[in-house]
Design a binder for this molecule. Structure first.
Ligand SMILES: [Zn+2]
Length: 253
């Protein structure tokens, strides 16, 4: 077998090390068999017993060729960047929803399915079902970490019930501007965008398929953000941008 572009075992080792050091369980939601190995779908809950009022889900790696989200979650944990937010937030993480795609460096999983198109109908995908199970108890906020190879800058899909002025997505973009350029196209993915913020998204009923963000919104999440870096910049910069987005979303919710 030709070597795979990436090794999920490295991510698994990092998360296991964190889990052991901090005594925070690393939960296996499901397993898939691909490339002659078994790959787990992983979840961490940092403070499930906390009385903190708000709940956030941060996920990465649903598209396997977008590694910055996975790296961001590892660094968020390893550097304990969550510490200032534990008082107000119960924090759940799905570090890599598509481990087979991550290893192969492909958007789709080992069955050639785009997992982020399969949240409306019965997907029969372990990865999607694992995420749906986690979303059953509604979150106040979901942050999905993506990358877009067609983009020259950062941008955000924002779907929310709460409204604020300026929108929370705008506050995130303002903070990211000094780290990475913002994608200022008037249309992104064929949807009108305003200086990197896409808010005019369709309602769930209008869509034949749902990404994870629309599923979480549909079942009661107040705010769901899909955060997109550009992979044209270095990994360090992309991770810094995603970490800044998490920081602003949690501190200014
Ligand atoms: Zn993506």
């Amino acid at each position: 077998m030709t070597p795979l572009p990436r090794n999920f075992k490295i991510i698994l080792d990092r998360l296991e090390n964190f889990s052991q050091a901090e005594k925070i369980p690393l939960e296996v939601l499901g397993k898939i068999s691909a490339d002659e190995e078994t790959l787990p779908i992983l979840k961490l809950e940092l403070n499930p017993q906390s009385t903190a009022q708000k709940k956030v889900l941060i996920s990465g790696g649903i598209h396997g060729d977008e590694p910055a989200g996975v790296e961001t979650i590892c660094e968020f944990l390893e550097n304990k960047l969550y510490s200032p937010f534990l008082k107000d937030w119960r924090i759940t993480l799905l570090p890599c929803l598509n481990p087979s795609g991550y290893q192969r460096d492909t958007r789709n999983n080992y069955e050639d399915k785009d997992l982020n198109r399969l949240f409306k109908l019965d997907s029969s995908c372990t990865e999607v079902e694992s995420a749906q199970k986690v979303l059953e108890s509604p979150f106040d906020l979901t942050l999905e970490l993506h990358e877009d190879c067609d983009s020259d800058g950062y941008y955000i899909f924002q779907k929310e019930n709460l409204q604020s002025t300026p929108p929370l997505g705008r506050k995130i973009l303002n903070a990211i501007e000094s780290i990475m350029p913002i994608n200022r196209s008037s249309e992104i993915e064929e949807i009108p965008a305003e200086d990197g913020l896409i808010m005019r998204l369709k309602e769930p009923d209008e869509m034949p398929w749902w990404p994870m963000a629309l599923y979480s919104y549909h079942i009661g999440c107040q705010r769901s953000f899909t955060l997109e870096t550009t992979p044209k910049l270095s990994m360090n910069v992309r991770v810094e941008a995603h970490l800044k987005a998490i920081e602003i979303a949690l501190s200014q919710y």
